[in-house]
Ligand binder design. Structure first.
Ligand code: PLP
Length: 386
């Protein structure tokens, strides 16, 4: 029963107000298929702002991951190491090419891949490590790139949640945008992320040897990009590929969001900090784990989460909040225990991943969350007794 004056969703897509006028402009320009004016504006913005060597907008992060798997020439029996605590697309993209996924456990202090668990999973068949910057907080990229160099592996950053977040190396001035470190990286602009276009994504190509082929795969396996550059007289089928590029209508929407990036990020950080400051003491008292930002990472306030003691306590809190008109949600279910993959994975245990799967709660965090609503959520949690 819910008699609350509030009905607070988990997420509400934020509009900057310029989306429809940019789309109108794209429509008036008469070129609304892929790789148009707004696609180029977005790609240039990302390259300049975040130091990406190159990037291509895609229809989703899922598609960008599929492009990455094709680019790495992943084949039957290749092994790809990645965390089990991630979205299904991270794994699916490589399984589609025949890879065996070697799932790694998460860290104790945050859900990112435990960098110290990777080396013992590497075999002669290992081709790549896929890291996921969970909640926009950097994985230990220094250590992971070092391992990749030692064993000659590729690194792909699933940076779906990590726009405008950074890894801080040694010395501290060595600050790199997430997505600019691995050989390839992928972003999502799904409506649940910080910057959105409904559905949408991006492939970042930092190792320039992949650039030419990436454009071909992006354009359905043709050399259409060279044709536009007048490097060839006609374009033709030169490789495998698919329709990975979004319409310029999507890019126009995205470009409107990019213009407000700083404002959006500031607002999200304010909400995140208010949660953190007000819940710290309560969390300690109830043995609840709050988000941890390692020294080498920044916070882009993509998610605010609690890790409670167990599944029962989680259900109690979710129901309690729901009855107060607050929609909090859990997150990924361990992929190594999924219906589709558990037989392939076998019995190797990943206890931290399972703990996040059964005990993590995400609280509402979106630009248009009002201060009253935020205070109401915090007060509701503070009144929760187990
Ligand atoms: C959202 C998300 C994806 C999928 O992004 P889409 O754009 O919806 O395909 C993949 N990986 C992670 C870690 C995500 O958070």
């Amino acid at each position: 029963m819910n008699f609350s004056q509030y009905q607070i969703p988990f997420n509400k897509p934020h509009l900057t107000g310029k989306e429809t006028s940019f789309i109108e402009d794209a429509v008036k320009n008469g070129q609304i298929s892929g790789n148009g004016k707004y696609t180029k504006l977005c790609q240039n913005y990302f390259q300049k702002q975040f130091g990406f060597t190159n990037c291509l907008l895609t229809t989703s992060c899922t598609d960008a991951l599929e492009m990455a798997a094709i680019l790495l020439d992943i084949k039957e029996a290749d092994e790809v190491i990645m965390p089990s605590f991630t979205f299904v697309s991270t794994a699916n993209a490589f399984v589609l090419r025949g890879a065996k996924i070697i799932f790694a456990d998460s860290r104790k202090d945050c859900p990112n891949i435990d960098e110290n668990s990777i080396e013992k999973l590497i075999t002669s068949k290992t081709k790549a490590i896929v890291v996921v910057h969970y909640s926009g907080v950097a994985c230990n990229m220094g250590k992971i790139m070092q391992l990749a160099n030692k064993y000659d592996l590729y690194v792909i950053e699933d940076a779906a949640q990590a726009i405008d977040s950074y890894y801080i190396g040694h010395p501290k001035t060595d600050k790199k945008a997430l997505g600019s470190i691995g050989h390839l990286a992928t972003f999502s602009f799904h409506e649940t992320k910080n910057i959105i276009s409904g559905e949408g994504g991006m492939l970042v190509i930092n190792d320039s040897k992949f650039l030419e082929r990436a454009e071909v795969i992006w354009e359905k396996g043709t050399n259409r990009s060279d044709f536009f550059r007048k490097k060839v007289h006609k374009y033709e089928w030169v490789d495998i590929g698919s329709s990975f590029l979004p319409s310029d209508i999507i890019a126009a929407f995205l470009y409107a969001q990019l213009g407000e990036l700083n404002d959006i990020q500031q607002k999200r950080k304010d909400i995140w900090n208010t949660y953190y400051d007000n819940l710290s003491e309560w969390a300690k008292k109830h043995k609840i784990q709050l988000p941890y930002i390692p020294k080498y990472a920044t916070n882009n306030a993509h998610l605010f989460y609690l890790v409670v003691e167990n599944q029962d306590q989680r259900q109690k809190i979710l129901t309690y909040l729901k009855n107060l008109g607050i929609l909090a949600v859990f997150h990924y279910q361990s992929l190594h225990k999924s219906k589709f993959y558990h037989d392939f994975h076998g019995s190797r245990e990943l206890p931290e991943c399972d703990r996040y799967s059964s005990s993590l709660i995400r609280l509402p965090l979106f630009y248009d969350l009002t201060n009253n609503e935020l205070q109401y959520i915090i007060e509701s949690l503070l009144m929760f007794e187990k």
